[in-house]
Design a protein around this ligand. Structure first.
Ligand SMILES: [Zn+2]
Length: 512
């Protein structure tokens, strides 16, 4: 929301940022502050230590306030430069959030959110900003006030900011809930209809996301309008009740508890399959040693991350069993039910980098695409964890860039869009000294950031001379030739092969 308002305002309505609250005779540079901080001595007594903790909290808040002012000034400057460069008004301001994100070492999405937060504080909520700069609010609590007033007009938001007067100690000793409640109440008093407007905007934010949980588990979360959310939950509850009723009647002997039945039903209804993974392309990358020889090197599941080798083997073995045992289908529900395909990938011995062949085509053919997706795992913009949506020519095709694994990078939708903007450039830096694919990105300000592909499973980084892989395949010609690290004689990847446990597909890496 802040982003939208920010972008509109960016077209020319933003008031100039308020000048900083204080100034020194000879202004220190930011790097001087870090040096100065390094000279602080730890307090002599308990009381002084607590004073230091409080003082540093105030300092962190003040730094956030200053960073917000700087972000708004940067935004205005970029918009002006883009206008001078002839960028259409509707596109000005694009890429600013990403540049701030790179500087803050966070994802482009978070960078844009911070810019929205900064604009709200600097241009519409001066008292909240003052509270931040004086340490009465920290970044999190100030963001609560910004969020709770996002639905208001600029005038109403300013009025709420004035009414709350956070810089007068309003929220001293109050918890987050009290901060939210005060902001909500003030917003509602100013504009009762904003609640309805906000609800209608919120519907547009419905989404589904996947987050990590410990022990090879995930949280699949849906943000839904309340009616749909309650209906979906009720349907799962009913399914669990009836399954358990059947179990209680002694027919099926369903030993699953209520939560387990609900989870299984959710997966079954979404994917259309019991246990859910048939027909869906799960990419599991693991070493051949882990796949075939019981090695404990963890595997990587695309879209999730690292999973234990044993878990990966169990999933594959059970999937395989099911292909052979088509008749015996009514087994326990935690069995997987899918077909396993094995693709061999190669790594250059000693560097661990995945290697593949090139293509003469303008567009990345499916196998090369898949290879780059496997190599990159997530969007290659630094700090961006978003899923890959595009395989991008690092040097564009129209500028002579080749369709090769070196010149390809996986990017998310937003980053692919940003990269096309004026002033953004990328180039492949062949190695990071250890052979991994590395891209250097330069932004309109001339700052450069480098992005190195994640190490594939089985690759141990930072060893002076990595040991030769202990694979019983040293005579495999493809793996050996890969040592030359430029060209592979065999097409990448070789024909898909069905997974046969203990079979002869022993190579460096398997993507399943
Ligand atoms: Zn991205």
């Amino acid at each position: 929301m802040e982003q939208i308002r920010g972008r509109q305002a960016g077209a020319g309505v933003v008031p100039a940022p308020v000048p900083g609250p204080r100034s020194w005779g000879s202004a220190p540079r930011v790097s001087d502050l870090i040096t100065l901080l390094g000279t602080v001595q730890l307090g002599a007594g308990s009381g002084e230590l607590i004073d230091q903790i409080r003082g540093l909290e105030n300092l962190k808040s003040a730094i956030t306030g200053l960073q917000a002012r700087i972000a708004v000034a940067f935004d205005l400057m970029q918009i002006q430069e883009q206008a001078e460069a002839g960028v259409p008004a509707s596109e000005r301001g694009q890429g600013v959030g990403t540049q701030i994100a790179l500087a803050r070492r966070e994802s482009p999405n978070r960078g844009s959110l911070f810019l929205g937060f900064a604009k709200a504080l600097v241009t519409e909520m001066p008292r909240t900003l003052a509270a931040l700069e004086s340490g009465q609010l920290n970044e999190w609590r100030a963001s609560l006030l910004v969020k709770e007033t996002a639905c208001l007009s600029v005038e109403d938001r300013c009025a709420v900011d004035e009414e709350l007067a956070a810089d007068t100690g309003t929220f001293e000793g109050k918890g987050d809930r009290a901060v939210i409640a005060a902001a909500k109440a003030a917003a509602y008093r100013r504009d009762p209809r904003s609640v309805a407007r906000r609800a209608s905007r919120a519907v547009a934010e419905r989404t589904v996301s996947l987050r990590h949980a410990p022990d090879a588990m995930t949280y699949l979360t849906a943000l839904l309008p309340v009616a749909q959310g309650v209906a979906a939950y009720a349907a799962l509850t009913r399914a669990a009740d009836s399954a358990r009723a059947r179990g209680d009647a002694g027919s099926g002997g369903d030993a699953r508890n209520r939560g387990q039945v609900m989870a299984d039903t959710l997966v079954e209804r979404i994917t259309g399959k019991r246990s859910g993974v048939s027909g869906v392309d799960l990419q599991l990358v693991m070493t051949d040693r882990a796949l075939l020889q019981g090695d404990s090197e963890p595997a990587r599941l695309a879209g999730y991350g690292i999973v234990p080798a044993e878990w990966a083997r169990k999933m594959l073995a059970e999937g395989h069993d099911r292909i052979e045992d088509q008749e015996r289908r009514e087994e326990s529900s935690d069995r997987f039910d899918f077909k396993v395909l094995l693709r061999r990938l190669y790594t250059a011995p000693g560097t661990g980098e995945l290697l593949a062949m090139d293509s003469k085509a303008r567009f990345f053919p499916p196998r090369l695409r898949r290879f780059i997706e496997t190599r990159d795992d997530t969007c290659r913009t630094p700090y961006c964890d978003a899923p890959i949506r595009h395989i991008d020519h690092i040097i564009p095709w129209h500028a002579g860039g080749a369709t090769t694994v070196e010149n390809g990078a996986g990017l998310c939708e937003a980053c692919n869009h940003t990269k096309e903007k004026p002033g953004w450039n990328s180039k492949t830096v062949q190695t990071d000294g250890q052979g991994m694919h590395t891209v250097e990105i330069s932004t309109p300000t001339g700052h450069t950031y480098s992005s190195t592909a994640p190490a594939p499973p089985g690759y141990v980084r930072a060893k002076p001379s990595p040991p030769a892989p202990s694979v019983a395949t040293s005579s495999e010609s493809a793996a050996d030739v890969a040592n030359s690290s430029v060209q592979l004689p065999e097409p990448y990847p070789p024909e898909d092969a069905e997974f046969r446990p203990g079979g002869q597909h022993q190579r460096r890496m398997a993507e399943v």
